[in-house]
Design a protein around this ligand. Structure first.
Ligand code: SAM
Length: 216
């Protein structure tokens, strides 16, 4: 569980360093109003995604797991003129809220929200993507990484969220739904297809972290 001081520090950093805009606040409000789960990335991580898009010079970005479009907004805002984000979402009701939020942020043109199970949508997409952000059902994390390679190129940046999950690698059976999927993904990241690391984080989402990789 999140310690109160982790949450306080995250709030301070968000207010003082990250400074989310009204479009980010609006997206979060819309998610609450639609009764969606508050499982989007923190603003500190949203800004990190935006920075990674800029640092890598990505023009084509793929996101798996849209929710209300919060992380999509951060990444799409960081794209250069003519850049594009494809984001995949299973639930039509989530996709509808995301489309509204993206339109309100002036990003309707820059982002396509694809509705359906990602493993069914992915074969219809064309690479190469420059950056892939994976944040959907953890059971399929390893399969999504394989797709990131297939739809990527050497040098494609891959970010996998929830890679620490309260230290799940120590005992994946503690969470039979998500644990084995996260473990399989981390093992794949340690193999010959990627150069990767995992950064642990502490904040409002508790003890977690993300994997950062490039396709070899
Ligand atoms: N990336 C979002 C953000 O930070 O704003 C949060 C995404 S949320 C953690 C995960 C989303 O993935 C949910 O909206 C869920 O409906 C969606 N999802 C779950 N299984 C999926 C699947 N098989 N294919 C596509 N999306 C899926």
């Amino acid at each position: 569980a999140a310690k109160p001081e982790w949450i306080d520090v995250e709030r301070w950093l968000t207010r003082t360093v990250v400074k989310p805009g009204p479009e980010h606040e609006r997206a979060l409000r819309a998610a609450v109003e639609h009764g969606m789960p508050a499982i989007e990335v923190q603003p500190t991580a949203g800004r990190l995604l935006a920075l990674l898009v800029r640092i890598s010079g990505a023009r084509r970005v793929l996101e798996i797991g849209t929710l209300a479009g919060f992380s999509s907004i951060w990444m799409a805002q960081a794209l250069p003129e003519g850049g594009h984000l494809d984001t995949l979402e299973y639930l039509p009701e989530h996709a509808a809220v995301a489309r509204e939020n993206l339109a309100a942020a002036g990003l309707a043109e820059a982002v396509t929200v694809h509705v359906g199970a990602a493993l069914e949508t992915l074969p219809g997409l064309e690479g190469p993507y420059d950056l892939v952000f994976i944040d959907a059902d953890k059971q399929n994390d390893a399969a999504y990484l394989e797709w990131a390679v297939r739809l990527g190129r050497p040098g494609t940046v891959v970010v996998l969220d929830n890679a620490v999950w309260e230290g799940i690698v120590l005992d994946p059976s503690r969470d039979p739904e998500n644990g084995p999927g996260i473990l399989a993904a981390l093992e794949l990241l340690g193999g010959p297809l990627f150069d990767a690391t995992v950064i642990q984080t502490a904040g409002s989402k508790g003890w977690d972290g993300f994997a950062l990789a490039v396709v070899r």
